[in-house]
Design a protein around this ligand. Structure first.
Ligand code: CO
Length: 149
C-alpha cells in the first residue's frame, strides 16, 4: 500500500498550470496543439492582466493540470515587459492551494517575498498571488486557488 504523506496546511498537492509567455497566441497554438497534441480547453481574455490566455490540457482528462499560454494585449502589461526583457518562454509555475491565505502566510513566515499583498483574480476566476522569483530560486511561482472547487 502506498503511503501518501499529509499535505502542508493550505496546499493542494499539485501543479495547476505552467505559464508560458508567447508573442502570438495563434502561432503558439500551432506548436502546442497542432504539433505537440495538447487539447485546447479554452481561450480567455483577462483584461485586468492585459493578457490573452489559452489553456491546454496537460493530459487528455485535463485533471492533472494545464499549460497556460499568455500573450500580451498591450505593450506595458507584465507579459509584454517579460518578453521585452527575456524573450518568449517559460514564465511561471502555478501551485494549487486549498487555502491561499494559509500558504501566503507560511511563505511570509519563511521569509519569502510576495509580489501581491492580497490575492487577485486571474484566468478562470482563480485567486492568485505571485512570489518574487528572487525568493523562490529564480522561478516565478504563482499560488492559485479555485473558489469553485
Ligand atoms: Co498562471
Amino acid at each position: 500500500m502506498t503511503n501518501i504523506p499529509e499535505l502542508p496546511a493550505g496546499t493542494a498537492g499539485f501543479v495547476d498550470h505552467i505559464g508560458i509567455a508567447v508573442t502570438d497566441l495563434d502561432e503558439a497554438l500551432v506548436l502546442y496543439r497542432d504539433l505537440m497534441g495538447l487539447e485546447l480547453e479554452r481561450l480567455e481574455d483577462v483584461p485586468s492582466e492585459q493578457v490573452k490566455v489559452a489553456m491546454l490540457k496537460l493530459d487528455r482528462t485535463g485533471a492533472v493540470g494545464h499549460v497556460e499560454l499568455l500573450a500580451p494585449m498591450s505593450d506595458d502589461c507584465n507579459i509584454a515587459k517579460f518578453i521585452a526583457k527575456k524573450g518568449p518562454g517559460l514564465h511561471h509555475i502555478a501551485f494549487a492551494a486549498a487555502d491561499i491565505e494559509i500558504v501566503m502566510q507560511r511563505c511570509r513566515d519563511a521569509g519569502l517575498r510576495l509580489l501581491d499583498e492580497a490575492p487577485r483574480t486571474g484566468a478562470g476566476g482563480k485567486q492568485i498571488v505571485f512570489l518574487h522569483p528572487k525568493s523562490s530560486g529564480g522561478v516565478l511561482m504563482e499560488i492559485c486557488h479555485d473558489p469553485d472547487h
